[in-house]
Design a protein around this ligand. Structure first.
Ligand code: SF4
Length: 322
């Protein structure tokens, strides 16, 4: 396997009336071809902005993005068009992301019509093929989004994302807006598509149980920064960052005989606007010391392939007997 995507010190800041919002602040990771990287964190942590910046839906403020070895942070219009074919997105709310005035067939066909390479009959054929691929019955061809349930609408979103044969897909909370019974169907569809089409996913979610099921590696974000990154099983077995430990403690334990102590995060959320020096998690961290408020922790590889941003990770985890 080789890295299809390499992100180095990526930054995306926004000017606001109150100062500079550090939505994505120095994120670095690789995704191997055919892999799924789960990106997790509370809402507002910058995970969706990270996905959109990688796809060039937002311009980056700093850092580099390499796709298949090429730096794509500075591309011209033609290169951007080519990138759009290779890199796609599946949105959270299929109802909001679909045009209510376009039928199912028009919605799936649109990227191919804009791209302009296929003839009308070829596009029609491809629309049928995509409908079969994502499990949409052909009788639904001329239906409109409001006539369909959430699962079918998300299948349209997936078919549309696949229309130009992408290699890499950012999945931005693709099942969060769906009923639990439908979520599993969509996740299984995405896993099948990955296997059959060789897709690489970046799977953004706040739902840790979903991410465990679909990802090989996981990246935890807190207020625009990466706090922990490693293999998904490792993270669930031995989370090293206090924030990750709190997130995992909130997942319900399926075995009623096992007791799990939930870590309730108290304290104020630091503002990502003009953030102060120091660890952004410090006001909510039960292990915070004076130094945590003075200097932000660097990311350190504490175990092979397991990076953590915490000054005291070794100490904390020794105390916990991790
Ligand atoms: Fe907590 Fe300090 Fe580690 Fe930040 S650096 S997570 S405040 S112990």
């Amino acid at each position: 396997m080789s890295a299809i995507l390499q992100v180095k010190n990526l930054k995306k800041f926004f000017k606001t009336g109150k100062g500079i919002l550090h939505a994505v602040d120095g994120i670095t990771f690789d995704i191997q071809e055919g892999e799924t990287l789960g990106v997790v964190g509370e809402s507002g942590c910058g995970k969706s902005t990270l996905g959109r910046t990688i796809l060039h839906l937002l311009d980056n403020t700093g850092g580099q993005i390499f796709f298949q070895g090429k730096d794509i942070t500075k591309v011209n219009k033609k290169q951007l068009r080519e990138l759009r074919e290779d890199m796609q997105i599946i949105f959270q709310d299929p109802f909001a992301s679909l045009n209510p005035r376009m039928s199912l067939s028009e919605t799936i066909a649109e990227p191919m019509v804009i791209e302009g390479r296929l003839s009308k009959p070829e596009i029609e054929k491809r629309v049928f093929q995509l409908m079969d691929t994502v499990g949409l019955a052909r009788r639904l061809l001329n239906t409109y989004p409001h006539e369909l349930d959430g699962g079918r609408r998300q299948r349209i979103g997936i078919a549309r994302a696949l229309a130009l044969n992408p290699k890499f897909v950012v999945c931005d909370e693709p099942v969060s807006a769906l009923d639990v019974s439908i979520q599993a169907q969509i996740i299984n569809l995405m896993l099948d598509l990955q296997e059959n089409l060789g897709l690489t996913y970046m799977f953004i979610t706040h739902d840790l149980s979903v991410v465990r099921y679909i990802s090989q590696n996981i990246l935890v974000m807190y207020l625009g920064q990466m706090v922990e990154h490693c293999e998904v099983d490792r993270l669930f077995e031995k989370p090293l960052h206090p924030y990750t430990q709190a997130l995992l403690s909130a997942i319900p334990e399926p075995d009623i005989h096992k007791k799990k102590k939930r870590i309730i995060l108290k304290g104020e959320l630091t503002s990502p606007i003009n953030p102060k020096p120091g660890c952004r998690f410090a006001p909510r961290c039960i292990y915070a010391k004076e130094a945590c408020f003075q200097k932000g922790p660097e990311l350190r590889e504490l175990e092979p392939g397991h990076v953590v941003a915490c000054h005291y990770a070794e100490e904390i985890n020794q105390e916990k007997g991790a």
